[in-house]
Design a binder for this molecule. Structure first.
Ligand code: HEM
Length: 398
């Protein structure tokens, strides 16, 4: 099978954003590795929708994440700030290995455990005015501010700067306006450059000072330190927002699952993997391209083409998860690919879990009879293939 069929823009169809799963199924059933026209640098891309093929692709050294190298000899009208275009998520070993070594210790079980009381306090503060009988937008009032507040705390961003930073980070995921994305990247890059510069100029023992010490000890230069801070800010924002909204919606659609968590909130940590699998916050993972001729899922991928791996599709592959379109809190969903796989696997996964757990715990204990405040069909989804998340989730609290 060396000449896979070409689809007309399957990832740009408006129906895809509302419900990507029929599209993912159709593509995967045709062939789990498909050539599609929506690549980068004027090239079509190869889209991977099968679970086994996605796992393999995440670890194939023939796929590079060095975006700068891909675009070095290709015309691009993009103008991202270097702190955001040259993160470790857009690099290969050995640069990646060096930066990852500094990032990993930030999210150890112990570090995240120590953050839990703070996370719970943020959830309590954000929902302090919520009352039974009230109507709230879970996305705007909790799922958006929670991750950005926590990551700003980790980076030592002053309270007064958090709102604009959150706005720019949100703009960064606007798939419809690349000018807006580029502008947001420059605002974030400039802000973090100043923040890091100020911390270096004034000795102290705040969280940013500690991160900068780790960067120095890990051999990261000044630009790399800013870039790591930028990655932490943006990688944990829309993704965790999407996760919290998607998880709550999935539970509202499945009252029996909601009921189990309400009766025993200690089941929540064990339910998170199935919730991540069921409606994955990262639909299509970040940019990769083939550095040599490859063969994946029986398909030839020539050197020099973008390759898109879709965790959202892989996690609904019936070959990996029986009855994949069913939310089943009893299944072993531990092998899901929602956090990616291999050397770029999500560094902040334990933090994302802790935040989602705190949000769900609050909801099932304080508002156990909560319902959707609008018909399900009227819910709107963000129009990007990278992250899957609701633009709003209106709830009647009870
Ligand atoms: C539910 C929420 C989250 C999801 C679903 C998620 C998903 C992912 C995925 C799929 C990747 C790999 C992308 C690829 O290989 O193309 C990734 C990488 C990464 N994530 Fe997350 N993420 C989440 C939350 C967070 C948080 C809270 C942080 C930190 C504050 C974070 C930091 C990172 C970093 C630093 C990387 C790059 C790792 C590397 O290049 O080695 N993520 N994430």
């Amino acid at each position: 099978m060396s000449a896979p069929r070409q689809d007309p823009d399957p990832l740009r169809d408006p129906r895809f954003f509302t419900d990507p799963y029929p599209t993912y199924d159709r593509l995967r059933e045709g062939c789990p590795v498909r050539r599609i026209p929506t690549g980068s640098g004027g090239r079509p891309a190869y889209l991977i929708t099968g679970y086994a093929e996605a796992r393999e692709a995440f670890t194939d050294p023939g796929l590079s994440k060095d975006t700068a190298r891909f675009f070095a000899d290709r015309p691009s009208d993009r103008d991202l700030h270097p702190a955001l275009s040259r993160t470790m998520l857009a690099s290969d070993p050995p640069e990646h290995t060096r930066q990852r070594r500094v990032a990993t210790p930030l999210f150890t079980t112990g570090r995240v455990r120590a953050l839990r009381p703070y996370i719970t306090r943020v959830v309590d503060r954000l929902t302090a005015a919520w009352r039974p009988g009230g109507e709230v937008d879970l996305v705007a009032e909790l799922a958006v501010p929670l991750p950005v507040t926590v990551v700003c705390e980790l980076l030592g961003v002053p309270e007064s700067d958090r709102a604009p930073l959150a706005g720019w980070s949100h703009d960064l995921f606007d798939a419809t306006d690349t000018g807006r994305v580029d502008a947001a990247s420059h605002r974030i890059g400039a802000y973090l450059t100043d923040l890091v510069g100020a911390a270096r100029a004034t000795p102290g023992d705040g969280p940013l000072h500690s991160l900068l010490r780790d960067c120095d000890e890990g051999g990261l230069d000044g630009d790399e330190a800013v870039s790591l801070a930028a990655l932490l800010l943006v990688a944990g924002h829309e993704t965790t927002t999407g996760f919290i909204g998607n998880a709550v919606l999935a539970l509202l659609r499945h009252p029996e699952a909601f009921d189990r968590l309400r009766r025993d909130p200690d089941l929540i940590p064990g339910a998170l993997d199935e919730l991540l699998r069921f409606d994955s916050p990262v639909g299509v993972a970040t940019f990769r391209y083939s550095t040599r001729d490859l063969r994946m899922g029986g398909v030839d991928i020539p050197a020099g083409f973008p390759v898109l791996i879709a965790p959202g599709a892989a996690n609904r592959d019936p070959a990996a998860f029986a009855d994949p379109h069913r939310l089943d809190l009893d299944r072993d969903a531990g092998g899901h690919l929602a956090f990616g796989h291999g050397i770029h696997r999500c560094a902040g996964a334990p933090l994302a879990r802790a935040e989602a757990e705190a949000a769900l715990r609050m909801l099932v204990t304080r508002f156990p009879d909560t319902r959707l405040a609008v018909p399900e069909q009227s819910l709107a989804w963000r129009r990007t293939r990278l992250t899957r998340g609701l633009t709003a989730l209106p709830l009647n609290l009870a």
